[in-house]
Design a protein around this ligand. Structure first.
Ligand SMILES: [Zn+2]
Ligand SMILES: [Zn+2]
Length: 285
């Protein structure tokens, strides 16, 4: 993607509601279209934390809207606002594998449009285990990529104690010892810190979502020329290479404008025409 300073949004500021320095990866991406990304100091933890002190409520998109609205309150003169939200758990399609779901919401108050993009990846260190006294730490620390990736330690059965920002194995060990003392169940819970600034693997997926966002902002509606013309949904039915029956795999996609009602039905962007028989529910039930 080259520099596109002719974009209608070029030279404008985007207020990014973030607390965990995610702007470091989004700033250079947005600058390709001349958008200047600045941090809007919103305490995004009030809308939910990964370590569980504050529960998340509502859908991802609702949470994103709460974050951008908070940024609007702080910068009422602003036009563009951005928020990010990540969630982790079993992959929606692959099931057992852990996945990172990253979503971004870009709001233009003047045009009254929202551009929403998401990226789902199995590239994540998201994990949580329970430790008893004497259990060996090393395999887990290696698996989650500590210390490049952060860890959270807390006693089981005592929600008032949480250890974060642990930089060394000794610090983890001390946190574990303190947690054993604070636990009513003689167990300690170790989980990966999913805050972006403590999780370079997550930061990479946010960057991928950011690249999708920039692509969507560059893409103008063929009818009203407003940015954000992008794929809004897939239509199932890609045929099996062997039996030719339609499968659950996406056959065509709908491109939609975020402002007017213009849509286009197109082929899959990757050009795939058939599904391998191994993914066909008739050939391989
Ligand atoms: Zn088949
Ligand atoms: Zn349009």
């Amino acid at each position: 993607m080259g520099k596109d300073s002719n974009h209608p949004f070029s030279g404008e500021k985007v207020f990014f509601a973030t607390k965990h320095s995610k702007e470091t990866v989004l700033k250079p991406l947005l600058s390709r279209i001349g958008l200047v990304c600045v941090r809007a100091d919103v305490d995004t933890d009030q809308f939910g934390t990964f370590s569980g002190e504050v529960d998340r409520v509502g859908t991802v998109r609702e949470t994103l809207r709460l974050k951008t609205s908070a940024a609007v309150e702080i910068n009422p003169e602003g036009r563009f606002f951005l928020a990010s939200e990540g969630s982790f758990g079993p992959h929606p399609l692959i099931g057992l594998a852990q996945s990172d779901h990253e979503a971004l919401l870009f709001v233009d108050k003047k045009l009254e449009i929202e551009i929403y993009v998401e990226e789902v990846s199995t590239e994540t260190n998201h994990a949580e285990i329970e430790f008893g006294p004497g259990d060996n730490l090393h395999a887990f620390l290696k698996q989650v990529g500590f210390p490049e990736h952060g860890l959270i330690v807390k006693p089981k059965g005592n929600a008032s104690v949480v250890f974060k920002n642990l930089q060394t194995t000794d610090a983890v060990r001390n946190a574990i010892n303190d947690s054993f003392h604070a636990s009513s169940k003689e167990k300690v819970i170790l989980s990966t810190d999913m805050r972006a600034s403590y999780n370079p693997t997550r930061m990479k997926i946010i960057e991928k979502a950011g690249a999708k966002l920039v692509e969507a902002i560059i893409s103008l509606c063929p009818d009203c020329h407003i940015p954000g013309f992008a794929i809004s949904k897939g239509i199932r039915g890609l045929p099996c290479e062997k039996c030719g029956e339609p499968t659950r795999i996406t056959k065509e996609v709908i491109w939609s404008c975020v402002k007017c009602s213009y849509t286009e039905q197109k082929e899959r962007p990757d050009g795939l025409r058939t599904v391998p028989a191994s993914d066909c529910e008739f050939c391989n039930p």
